[in-house]
Design a protein around this ligand. Structure first.
Ligand SMILES: NC(=O)c1ccc[n+]([C@@H]2O[C@H](COP(=O)([O-])OP(=O)(O)OC[C@H]3O[C@@H](n4cnc5c(N)ncnc54)[C@H](OP(=O)(O)O)[C@@H]3O)[C@@H](O)[C@H]2O)c1
Length: 403
């Protein structure tokens, strides 16, 4: 029998064929058809990837053409050849060290290689690409399938030639989208899904007639949320700056509020109250918006801007979790006493949810909103753009020439 270390070495050399040896080592020894994955590097145990070796500003981003090729460690994993990726605010924040206390606790020890820490760390959450190799228990996908996914932040990311994902995180890519288009949607649409579906219980049956306010509507999550809500028949009011008004209308928003035009409170006062508010901005916006929900009618306020990871970074996991629990508990109770459900939402990787989003894309109900596409060599410029703010949809990275 091979030891785990030997199996992983084989999997590097023979590109995942060794996954079969997890079940039957003898089969591996006698198998004459060990399939190799070809990479763009001459030494095919390595690949190009944008990595960071420490946290910091854009200067810590480094293109490493000798990044270790990812291996399948678990039978439910697949290796994907990345055709396109995208940048989200989480990538800029993670580059700066945000969330490292919590994420390092969740990282798979098998992925914390000889360095003994999270570095070199590959950022990037979105992928559109092709399955190259499947673990033994992967049922619904096979090599050659064109898939899209958003990879959780505690795993190595997609700003690389190859990435490993779990079978339950991936979904078949909508055929009508190019790779660059497809890579713009998974992370933001799954975040919108987590907030609207998982946290607020919205779906196609109960959305018609519901009034929903989306704050921070012109960015990645906002543009996905508007389209999801409109696909399900909700009445959507979008809060954005003036130059995004026409984008909002094109996406189907019923009403648009320009937060830069003056008193946002007065502008919202002139509208009917809302059933659901999705807040992508946080801070003072949260306080202001909460008063515009219909009380005692099951109305929900959901925010994506929470102190959860920040508290753990600042106070350590135990104290951070306690602080977070107290903050959330007191907010939930305070608003419940006023007849409002107060919630936090977090991106959740989910192949099955992406399957549903794919159906909406193929039905023409959700389309990519792309701000700018950067080449793989220009990843630092893409980070810079994200950091400058004022996103109008997504910043996408073309990783492979054929995307
Ligand atoms: N909890 C989670 O798991 C999770 C997951 C994903 C994202 N997030 C968070 O959710 C937020 C939104 O993410 P994103 O990907 O949509 O970010 P994004 O693409 O950067 O978009 C943010 C948008 O908000 C607009 N904006 C800024 N200030 C505003 C204000 N006061 N009122 C209305 N709009 C405003 C920006 O444009 P202008 O400045 O030009 O108006 C921009 O279009 C980020 O803070 C992100 O960190 C959390």
């Amino acid at each position: 029998m091979f030891s785990l270390t030997q199996r992983r070495l084989f999997s590097v050399l023979f590109r995942g064929s060794v996954t079969k040896t997890f079940k039957n080592d003898h089969a591996f020894k006698s198998c004459p058809h060990l399939r190799k994955i070809s990479t763009s590097c001459k030494r095919n145990t390595v690949m190009p990837a944008w990595v960071i070796d420490k946290y910091g500003n854009n200067e810590v981003l480094r293109l490493n053409n000798n990044t270790m090729f990812p291996v399948i460690n678990y039978p439910n994993e697949v290796i994907i050849k990345v055709q396109a990726s995208s940048i989200n605010p989480i990538d800029v924040n993670m580059r700066n060290g945000y969330g490292s206390a919590s994420l390092n606790m969740t990282r798979d020890p098998l992925n914390i290689k000889s360095s003994g820490n999270e570095f070199p760390l590959i950022l990037g959450r979105d992928v559109s690409g092709v399955v190259m190799e499947c673990g033994l228990s992967v049922q619904y996908f096979k090599p050659g399938d064109h898939v899209w996914a958003a990879i959780p932040p505690w795993k190595q990311g997609t700003l690389a030639e190859f990435v490993v994902a779990s079978g339950n995180e991936i979904s078949l890519k909508p055929k009508c989208l190019s790779d660059t288009e497809a890579a713009s949607l998974p992370y933001v649409s799954l975040t919108a899904w987590a907030a609207l579906v998982n946290s607020c219980g919205l779906n196609k049956d109960n959305c018609p007639g519901k009034r929903v306010l989306v704050i921070g509507a012109s960015g990645g999550v906002g543009t996905a949320a508007i389209q999801l809500l409109k696909a399900w028949g909700a009445h959507v009011t979008a809060v954005c700056s003036e130059d995004a008004l026409s984008l909002m209308m094109n996406l189907g928003a019923d009403d648009v509020v320009d937060y830069k035009a003056g008193n946002l409170k007065e502008q919202l006062k002139s509208r009917q109250l809302f059933d659901v508010i999705l807040d992508n901005i946080g801070g003072p916006t949260e306080k202001l918006a909460l008063q515009f929900l219909k009380p005692w009618s099951g109305a929900s306020f959901v925010t994506l801007v929470t102190p959860f990871l920040y508290n753990n970074d600042r106070l350590g996991i135990a104290d951070g979790m306690m602080r977070t629990g107290i903050t959330l508990g007191s907010k939930v109770m305070k608003h419940l006493s006023k007849g409002i459900h107060y919630r936090w939402a977090f991106f959740t990787a989910s192949g099955p949810s992406l399957d549903e989003i794919k159906d909406l894309v193929e039905a023409g109900k959700i389309r990519p909103v792309i701000n700018k596409v950067f080449s793989f060599s220009d990843v630092p410029k893409a980070f810079q753009k994200m950091e400058e703010g004022h996103a109008r949809g997504k910043t996408v990275i073309q990783v492979s020439e054929s995307s």
